[in-house]
Design a protein. Structure first.
Length: 139
């Protein structure tokens, strides 16, 4: 279902023009307006889902193979050496547009770090306790 005041619904459905890399019945893949690297692409479902927690499972099963296809095309078409798949869920995770999207970000030899974090430390006890909390909450 499309949401009336969602910019990615409008872009995905062609009501607002975009630099489209790929389109089918389910998705439109567009270039990001403020790219992390040349060719940074966003895969948008045409239907509205706030984030991955309510994404339709059939579309979810299609989106990673599509990202792989686009990533391969970035390597052969743009000459990048690799690519990152990034997908933010919730404001705390850096999501700024509340319509599910998967970032496909080309990585070039010698290019800047894009997805990075400082590795933390844990104990075996802490990992055990944390794993149990997640496992117990799975539905
Ligand atoms: P998020 O932070 O929600 O994971 O990513 C949103 C992305 O959408 C950002 O990288 C931002 O540059 C991009 N973006 C926001 N508005 C527009 C727009 O109107 N058109 C395009 N092509 N990209 C957009
Ligand atoms: Zn939307």
């Amino acid at each position: 279902m499309k949401s009336d005041n969602c910019i990615f619904c409008k872009i995905a459905n062609g009501e607002i023009p975009s630099s489209t890399v790929y389109e089918d019945n389910d998705f439109r893949a567009i270039l990001d307006l403020s790219p992390a690297a040349k060719g940074h692409t966003l895969i948008l479902p045409k239907a509205h889902f706030d984030d991955v927690t309510n994404l339709d499972e059939t579309l979810g099963a299609k989106v990673v193979p599509l990202a792989a296809r686009i990533g391969r095309a970035m390597k052969s078409g743009l000459g990048c050496a690799g690519f990152n798949l990034v997908q933010n869920n919730g404001v705390a995770a850096g999501q700024t547009v509340m319509h599910f999207h998967l970032h496909v970000i080309p990585r070039y030899e010698g290019g800047p770090e894009i997805v990075t974090w400082t590795p933390g430390e844990t104990t075996a006890e802490d990992r055990e306790e944390t794993a149990k909390k997640i496992a117990a909450a799975l539905i």
